[in-house]
Design a protein around this ligand. Structure first.
Ligand SMILES: Cc1cc2nc3c(=O)[nH]c(=O)nc-3n(C[C@H](O)[C@H](O)[C@H](O)COP(=O)(O)OP(=O)(O)OC[C@H]3O[C@@H](n4cnc5c(N)ncnc54)[C@H](O)[C@@H]3O)c2cc1C
Length: 321
């Protein structure tokens, strides 16, 4: 199973296509069809940089040239052994080399999932592997953000973040507004220099730990944003939600936050016009850019999230294949 943090919706939004598409995500035949159909490759490119480091660096450069900043995510499987974890580390080391050679590290950082580095079976290994990537990122002149995965990993990921920040204080973390605990975490992590991405959260979580309604998640997002903006850290607002973007734009004024003391983040291929609109207003906008051979599951989840994307995709497939 591909391990992107974006794999599951938590707020049960009823979308009849969702289950069908997620079922299709497991189909090898469909994967082959998607990978070879020319138009569908364009659809893939809308969301994913490509399979190789060179493609990832090239797309990141285009985004930077257009006025955006980037965080690159190497897509991979949930890692269950040391050799897979090592392969993930090597992919990031190669990527950081490529970004440095291309002169992109002032505007491009990397996002990583501890589950890809061994956290699930050995937290210490996950920490050591993440530390190797942080050291390489520092050498290259950039930063690392640790994606947040499902709630069973939250404590472990925050422990690892705390440990990494002792040597690399700019290491970023992620908080998910759907979790009931997050407002408190946001307050605790709002200190000077603390880079924290705030997102709604992408996993199917039980009501015991997560708000069960869209309203609850959104309200929590606004409250957590307020905690982060009231502190001295560097909040990174990851959302495509126009209402939240509007509210955050008001909150930054209330907190007298200067542009550049926070940023907006969105996924590659989602609301690109909005990304450029915000950048044109002087905001820092960072695009989350996934790449790697495990793109298929990631793409299917983007389709499942939004019927309009699925319709675009299915039209592309049926008209050319
Ligand atoms: C940069 C980034 C990093 C992330 N990192 C993590 C992470 O580490 N861990 C984690 O659990 N989750 C992560 N997520 C995923 C996140 O938690 C949400 O699942 C995802 O972003 C969808 O939530 P949303 O805030 O965009 O709003 P949604 O509730 O999905 O959408 C709200 C509104 O936004 C607009 N919108 C949404 N999608 C589209 C679209 N495709 N086209 C046009 N309009 C659209 C629509 O108006 C929609 O009604 C990340 C998301 C981003 C953007």
């Amino acid at each position: 199973m591909e391990h992107s943090p974006l794999r599951r919706r938590t707020v049960p939004i009823v979308n009849p296509l969702r289950n069908l598409i997620l079922a299709a995500a497991g189909s090898d035949a469909l994967r082959r069809l998607v990978a070879t159909a020319p138009v569908s490759r364009d659809v893939v490119r809308r969301f994913v940089a490509g399979e190789t480091t060179a493609q990832a660096v090239a797309v990141a450069k285009d985004l930077v040239d257009s006025g955006l900043t980037v965080t690159l995510d190497h897509l991979g499987e949930d890692t269950t052994d040391r050799s897979d974890a090592e392969a993930s580390v090597q992919a990031y080391l190669e990527l950081l080399d490529g970004l440095k050679s291309a002169g992109l590290t002032a505007r491009v950082e990397v996002s990583l999932k501890l589950s890809a580095l061994g956290q699930a079976f050995d937290e210490r290994l996950g920490l050591d592997n993440a530390a190797r990537i942080c050291a390489a990122a520092e050498q290259a002149g950039t930063t690392v953000t640790l994606d947040m995965e499902d709630h069973t990993t939250t404590d472990s990921t925050l422990r690892v973040l705390d440990e990494l920040r002792r040597s690399w204080p700019t290491t970023g973390g992620v908080l998910q507004s759907y979790l009931r605990r997050t407002r408190e975490d946001a307050r605790a992590l709002s200190g000077a220099g603390s880079r924290i991405r705030l997102c709604k959260g992408a996993y199917a979580e039980p009501e015991s730990v997560a708000f069960g309604t869209t309203h609850g998640v959104d309200l929590s997002y606004v409250q957590c944003a307020d905690e982060l903006l009231a502190g001295e850290g560097y909040p990174m607002f990851a959302t495509h939600d126009p209402r939240l973007i509007e509210i955050i734009s008001e909150q930054v004024k209330t907190h007298k936050r200067a542009q550049g003391s926070y940023e907006f983040q969105m996924l590659h291929g989602i609301r690109p016009d909005e990304q450029h609109r915000l950048a044109a207003l002087g905001e820092t906008v960072r695009v989350y850019l996934p790449y790697g051979s495990e793109w298929y599951g990631y793409l299917m989840r983007r389709m499942a999230e939004r019927p309009a994307n699925a319709a675009l995709f299915l039209r592309a497939l049926t008209s050319r294949s």
